[in-house]
Design a protein around this ligand. Sequence first.
Ligand code: B4P
Length: 209
Amino acid sequence: MPKNTTRPRHPIYQANMLNLILFGPPGAGKGTQSAKIIAKYNLIHLSTGDLLRSEIQEGTELGHRAKTLMDQGLLVPDEVVIGMIDHKLRDHRDAAGFIFDGFPRTVMQSEALDNLLARYDQSISVMIALVVEDEELLARLLNRGKSSGRPDDQNEELINKRIHEYNNKTKPVADYYQGQGKFVSIDGIGDIDSIFDEITKAIELHLKK
Ligand code: B4P
């Protein structure tokens, strides 16, 4: 039988996919702004926080392990979240693009994401970072904790621990994408619609490149 020399294209491949990372500390407005970006650009939303919370709700073993760490304000192991993202990428092979919300949170997760996307001839288009100072983060999360029932939003010490984890392990992710010339920073304080306008401008600028 003749050898097939054509490299099979994975069905996820599409030219001009828009793959965004929404970046920022806990409470910066990532989830809030993701909902608006998805509605405008028709992207698939991949929030590792949401994925982990649904594992917890379903009572899976993974959820059980994640809950122990999340309840302490700690990050869950890289391989767990990387595995979840890999599955979700496979589940959405005809997507116009993805918005990564709360992922990557470590440099190792960033490298893994680049490798996963490269498998499908894809890459990150741009990282958009929301900048918000710690006092405002604390106020927002405590406020959300009153209605959300999220245990990690109800305790000041725990929120400070999450911010500490962000400063130690997640902030270097910005340098990683800055090194690739893909980093844009936006003021995350102010009116939600005005912040969204700034995000849209950054995306449009990227699309024109
Ligand atoms: P996440 O679910 O990602 O939660 P988060 O960091 O708190 O951000 P979120 O997106 O929910 O909040 P938002 O800023 O939109 O993570 C939870 C935990 O899961 C982590 O601590 C970790 O343990 C684990 N985890 C998740 N991903 C992981 C990964 N990749 N690796 C390892 N562990 C991982 O909004 C916050 C509040 O601010 C809302 O109430 C909102 O209404 C308000 N708000 C938003 N914008 C505002 C504005 N402009 N003005 C005023 N209020 C605003």
